[in-house]
Design a protein around this ligand. Structure first.
Ligand code: CLF
Ligand code: SF4
Length: 511
């Protein structure tokens, strides 16, 4: 049964598809021009087949497709200084949230329940709460059950890499196309400050020796995976003062071994998490520090910037959390009929929506190529997904950040914020933190916004824009940027460069 919300969204989408007059054919920025039916020029078609519907491996796909995790792997074979065993594996999840642990059979039923309710859920990942390969029986039993009952769902795995070389053959045997390894260092001198111990060959190993074994096993596992044709994403936790500068070297090392994607994530650290880093006051990076490092590493290798550090039982589009709808108690009561045909039909409509999104952006971009300007700005967008400006300012728990230049629009990250609207009223205390989170942005695109936050945003020099409500994000962003350049040319606004983004000074642009 398809969820009501999704069905309504698709009705609207179908209307827009009917109005859409065609589909661009050129490629831009290494992205496919026409939805998932066309691979980007620089990507082999078989690789595109693997990434096109994976919300983590394709930034564009993450607006349209969902993933889910099942928490079947409680044990871990190493200790990271940013982890407290009470919580999920912090390599792929936020500290401070705990998952309900499942048996492979419970997990299998949960996957069917989610797949039947959220037909755009295309990927099942196992990412904890410990390390999936420290729990190989439970992990592979779960994959076996899913491969039998829901063969259209892609299988995905995230590991610290210590046990990886022992399992590459089995991973390949289950047709797992995507494996993530968390690699925070390639130098044991650095590693000793991140990993106090590992459990290796039936004993605990500590210090530099532990880090040396771990890095050797991670590199070996990465090489084996890429040799086996399995797409490999590398996650790295950015820890200021410990591995932040070193991650450039990590980037080079994993790129040379064939990693497909590098995801540099911020350390999340607070005393209440009870981790070594939390207790000793180790800070995480600022959003600007993270972006600078991601920019530095961006070259021939794709950088992931849309990671939400989701929990080990996450369900839904990246950035939304529908796990509460699928507790074990609720799932066990569900009478599930797996409708593979219905899922296929729904996903075909999603593909049409996706094609319309890309084509609209390209049409908007067409006359931007004649512009010559080095102006670069950031905008923040409130969205519930589907690539549209469709969230109210007060309901946004995160803003997606796009960088705009004459090259077009580029997703560069997201910023989590406190909910401004609580129970129908604006939360005055939350507004300054929202403004701080997006204060390097020239504008914020929203579906709706109240008078009070609008005025405060304007006072902070951020343009609250609601005229693109329910329109495609990237098409609207390019449109806005063109108007913006026009206002610079006419002298309506003055510009100066600050950091890596141009920050507007002087006159405020009215929405
Ligand atoms: Fe899960 Fe990870 Fe597979 Fe994605 S998450 S196992 S690759 S299906 Fe994705 Fe979540 Fe970031 Fe992970 S946003 S934490 S990168
Ligand atoms: Fe914790 Fe994951 Fe590190 Fe294991 S690998 S110690 S579960 S963060």
């Amino acid at each position: 049964m398809l969820g009501q919300v999704e069905t309504n969204d698709l009705g609207e989408v179908m209307q827009q598809i009917a109005e859409h007059k065609g589909c661009g054919t050129s490629s831009e920025g290494g992205k496919a021009s026409c939805g998932s039916s066309t691979a980007p020029e620089d990507m082999a078609p078989e690789v595109w087949e693997k990434v096109k519907n994976h919300p983590c491996y394709s930034e564009e796909a993450h607006h349209h497709y969902a993933r889910m995790h099942v928490a079947v792997a409680p044990a871990c074979n190493i200790q990271c200084n940013y982890c407290n065993r009470k919580y999920d594996c912090a390599n792929e999840s936020r500290p401070g949230v705990v998952s309900e642990k499942l048996t492979p059979e419970q997990a299998s039923k949960k996957v069917l329940a989610v797949a039947s309710t959220i037909p755009q859920m295309t990927v099942l990942g196992i990412a904890g709460p410990g390390d999936p390969l420290a729990n190989p029986e439970k992990t592979f039993k779960t994959f076996e059950l899913i491969a039998k009952t829901a063969p259209d769902i892609k299988l995905c795995l995230s590991t610290n890499g210590l046990a990886l070389p022992d399992h590459v053959e089995t991973i390949k045997g289950f047709n797992v196309d995507h494996v993530t390894i968390t690699i925070n260092m390639v130098d044991p001198e650095v590693g000793q400050h991140i990993y106090p111990w590992i459990f290796w060959n039936h004993k605990r190993v500590t210090g530099i020796e532990a880090a040396r074994i771990l890095t050797e096993r991670q590199m070996q596992g990465l090489e084996m995976l890429t040799a086996a044709g399995i797409l490999c994403k590398v996650n790295s936790v950015m820890i200021p003062g410990i591995n932040d500068k070193h991650l450039v070297e990590v980037n080079r090392a994993v790129k040379s071994r064939g990693a497909f994607l590098h995801n540099i994530m911020p350390l999340i650290s607070a005393p209440e998490h009870g981790t070594v880093f939390g207790l000793n006051g180790q800070r995480g990076p600022t959003a600007q520090e993270l972006k600078a490092l991601q920019d530095e590493c961006e070259g021939e290798m794709n950088m992931m910037r849309h990671c939400r550090q989701c929990r080990a039982d996450a369900v839904g589009l990246l950035g939304e959390d529908r796990s509460a709808e699928f507790t074990t108690e609720k799932v066990m009561e569900m009478d599930i009929e797996y409708d593979a045909e219905g899922r296929r039909a729904y996903q075909q409509q999603v593909e049409k929506e996706r094609q319309a999104t890309v084509a609209a952006k390209e049409a908007e971009l067409a006359d931007l190529v004649q512009e010559f300007s080095d102006v670069k700005i950031l905008i923040a967008v409130a969205t519930k997904g589907h690539g549209r400006v469709n969230e109210h300012f007060g309901h946004a728990q995160e803003f997606q950040i796009y960088e705009l230049s004459t090259e077009g629009s580029k997703f560069v990250g997201h910023r989590r914020v406190d909910l401004y609207c609580q129970g129908g009223y604006g939360e005055e205390d939350a507004l300054p933190t929202v403004i701080r989170a997006i204060n390097d942005c020239v504008a914020v695109f929203v579906a709706k916004i109240g008078g009070c936050p609008k005025d405060e945003l304007k006072a902070a020099g951020i343009d609250p824009v609601d005229k693109y409500a329910h329109e495609f994000i990237e098409q609207s962003a390019v449109k806005y940027f063109k108007e913006y350049l026009g206002k610079i040319k006419s002298g309506e606004i003055v510009h100066s460069k600050r950091g890596d983004a141009d920050i507007r000074q002087g006159a405020f642009i009215a929405a």
